[in-house]
Design a protein. Structure first.
Length: 183
């Protein structure tokens, strides 16, 4: 007998969730608090961008796969054109993904970008063009992940719909063929 029928679903991948949030929070916190401890713009720029780059890599290559079952990358084809490549888990695996993990993944992805936008507005208001550069680099890394994973999610939905329609069509075709063979 379940003693707690209303128990909330826990995170399936707490370590991945931690690092998914950690590097975002570390880059934002360092950027915001660094002026209190450092007088050098170069140190602030390098460490903040390094933390944002680590976040970009972790999201793109680790937490995207584990938390939402999606992966994207960009290649240059023989004609020199940029081509987006998407990869997702199969339909059964996607259905088994933890909803809390997925929720955390998407919300932190969007909230960190919004936070960088707000910090960029503050840099504009304070006429700090150099700090706007830091914000621009961090925001561009975050937006690249947002665009990549959003396109990947749309591609995954399209693949699921195509699979479902092919399954239904093949089932109907086999049913009609078996009905006609009896007659």
């Amino acid at each position: 007998m379940d003693r707690n029928p209303g128990a909330v679903e826990n995170y399936a991948n707490p370590k991945t969730c931690f690092f998914h949030v950690f590097f975002k929070a570390a880059a934002l916190a360092f950027y915001i608090l660094s002026a209190l401890f450092f007088n050098s713009f170069v140190i602030i720029f390098v460490i903040t961008v390094l933390l944002a780059a680590l976040d970009f890599w972790v999201v793109k290559n680790v937490s995207g796969r584990i938390l939402v079952g999606l992966r994207w990358w960009n290649e240059i084809n023989e004609e020199g054109e940029s081509v987006w490549k998407f990869e997702c888990l199969d339909q059964e695996s996607l259905a088994r993904m933890n909803k809390k993990d997925s929720w955390l993944f998407w919300w932190t992805l969007y909230l960190s970008a919004v936070s960088w936008i707000v910090l960029g507005i503050f840099s504009l208001i304070r006429f700090q063009a150099d700090y706007l550069l830091v914000v621009g680099v961090c925001l561009s890394l975050g937006i690249a992940n947002i665009i990549g994973f959003t396109k990947c999610r749309k591609d995954a939905k399209k693949q699921i719909q195509q699979f479902a329609s092919q399954t239904i069509t093949s089932h109907l075709t086999s049913s009609i063929q078996s009905a006609l063979s009896v007659v």
